[in-house]
Design a protein around this ligand. Structure first.
Ligand code: HEC
Length: 89
């Protein structure tokens, strides 16, 4: 989705993504950077690990890390904004 169509919440989530995720994940393709590209991550039937991309599962990966991915500490509102943004990918 083009940036011009983001809601204010999605735009805040994009900033959270830039600050915390972009160095390891491309948002606009599925190629690997340090971790898998996250294009359409909430729309695929399963994430690279095989787990379904539910908000609960994404929240767990983000807050607790997973395999080679470090945990990210976010406030509740940053997390909600980030999830809204991930749904636009
Ligand atoms: C230091 C690099 C790094 C950062 C920062 C990082 N990740 Fe990851 N991420 C990874 C790696 C590496 C994997 C693959 C882990 C594995 O398969 O062992 C991964 C996997 C994932 C997956 C797939 C999980 C699955 O079940 O297959 C998602 C979704 C994800 N990251 C989202 C994010 C989000 C959102 C952020 C920002 C809050 C983030 N990551 C920050 C490196 C990173």
């Amino acid at each position: 989705m083009p940036a011009s169509q983001w809601t204010p919440q999605e735009a805040r989530g994009a900033a959270v993504y830039q600050a915390n995720c972009a160095r390891c994940h491309y948002p606009t393709n599925t190629h690997s950077l340090h971790g898998p590209g996250l294009q359409a991550i909430t729309k695929v039937p399963s994430m690279p690990s095989g787990a379904p991309p539910t908000d609960e599962r994404l929240t767990d990966r983000i807050l607790h890390g997973y395999g080679m991915m470090p945990a990210t500490s976010l406030t509740d509102s940053q997390l909600q904004d980030l999830l809204a943004y991930l749904h636009t990918l």
